[in-house]
Ligand binder design. Sequence first.
Ligand code: IMP
Length: 203
Amino acid sequence: MPSAERHNLVISTRNPNKVQEIQAILTDIPVKLITLADFPDAPEVIEDKETLDENASKKAQVLFAHTGIATMADDTGLEVMALHGAPGVHSARYAGTNPTQADNRAHLIEQLKGIDDRRAQFRTSIAFTTASGTYLFEGICKGRILSKERGDGGFGYDSLFVPDGFEDSFAEMNAEDKNAISHRGRALKRFASYLTGLLASNE
Ligand code: IMP
């Protein structure tokens, strides 16, 4: 990162859950997080690409072009083996146009009715854009899909997903336990160690 902006990092989200999670993982790194909420004029990005990497890159690049400040963006998808990787990059709109999260979960339960193979994984792609280009960091969490929702915590597909090695669904875990093993947590840790190295090499 150029020295004048080395402590600033724009994150392409307004979602307070994500901001908190990113803050917690980057806590020891000397960067100041600035969120999309601080850029009310930032252009709306349509997530119309065919891969998580491309969508994350598009979001980071558009916001970097607008702010001129190093920017990170993430995109996440739930990939179900028996559905050949669906809903994947289409996870946010699995049940149609402007669905609620509950609509998406109901659609997933329906699609998997009578199917024994419940294997699935969450995948997160983080894109980091500076004047030097865009770098990608991936995190995967493997698990299985329940036939009924369990738990009140979390968001999205959490109440239908049990990570490998656990009995609780993501929606039954506290945020700290989920973040320690989650797709986004893993991608963020990779990004954090890259940032640490980058800042050390600029000192
Ligand atoms: P986004 O990339 O964070 O916008 O997420 C795309 C879709 O995946 C949305 O439907 C989210 O609700 C869902 N999603 C993203 N992250 C998680 C998660 O950690 N747990 C459950 N669902 C998630």
